[in-house]
Write a protein that binds this ligand. Structure first.
Ligand code: ADP
Ligand code: ADP
Length: 216
């Protein structure tokens, strides 16, 4: 299964990606996670990406696409993958399509996680991430009173780009650059929308119900 998750920042892509990828036994490829790992590792890619991420802008396509091409060329991605956070604009989608076609592959499904703006803001404001295992938590919805990860006891942190000012800009970037992907993939016939409100497990269930007919 070659699957893409789209939706605004805070829709729950990362949260759902970990469960869906594990259910389908495919690697979860999150461009945001790869950029953040490069930022913490102090690599050249990380230094470049950080200036864009801190502003809430997209990292230039050339850089992002080269990184995704490398990742998709790895052995574990040959029989399927779940992309979270890529593509993020129509040019990235077109290059992905060409890249996969060159390899004799294509996307099976694009899942859109649908939530309204108020919920997105609530989710981003309370998002915390584990610095050790990368698990995503929410201060209010997971009732996190302390800053420790319940899964591995690592320390939780708030992403710099989840501060209010940057969140507003990221939502504008989503509307301008990423939202056009919805009609792009609807025209291609690969888009399925999933209601992403309600408890995490229920959203996973809805997502798996939407995916099932596309499993080979
Ligand atoms: P969220 O989960 O809130 O949608 P991500 O973790 O996917 O955010 O992305 C964080 C940041 O990483 C983005 O604001 C952007 O700067 C950069 N980024 C991630 N994916 C891409 C991409 N496909 N193209 C360009 N920039 C990206
Ligand atoms: P994205 O990757 O789309 O930016 P995340 O998966 O990081 O979104 O989720 C954003 C925040 O919302 C996190 O704090 C996460 O714990 C929380 N969250 C995700 N799904 C749900 C849900 N169904 N109900 C409540 N909170 C959720």
């Amino acid at each position: 299964m070659r699957l893409v998750l789209v939706g605004p920042p805070g829709a729950g892509k990362g949260t759902q990606a970990q469960y869906i990828a594990s259910n389908l036994s495919i690697p979860k490829i999150s461009t945001g996670d790869i950029f953040r790992a490069n930022v913490s590792g102090g690599t050249e890619l990380g230094k470049l990406a950080k200036t864009y991420m801190d502003r809430g802008d997209l990292v230039p396509d050339q850089v992002t696409i080269a990184m995704v091409r490398d990742r998709l060329s790895e052995d574990d991605a040959q029989d399927g993958f779940l992309l979270d956070g890529f593509p993020r604009n129509v040019p990235q989608a077109e290059i992905l399509k060409k890249m996969l076609a060159d390899w004799g592959q294509g996307l099976d499904l694009v899942l859109e996680l649908v939530v309204d703006d108020d919920e997105v803001v609530r989710r981003l404001a309370g998002r915390r991430t584990c610095s050790q295992c990368g698990r995503i938590w929410h201060v209010e919805f997971d009732d996190k009173q302390d800053d420790r990860c319940d899964a591995c006891d690592g320390t939780l942190f708030q992403r710099d780009d989840d501060k209010e000012e940057t969140v507003r800009h990221r939502l504008e970037v989503y509307q301008e650059q990423t939202a056009p992907l919805i009609s792009y993939y609807a025209d291609e016939g690969t888009l399925v929308g999933v209601d992403a409100t309600g408890p995490v497990e229920e959203v996973t269930q809805r997502a798996m119900d939407a995916i099932r007919p596309f499993l080979g």
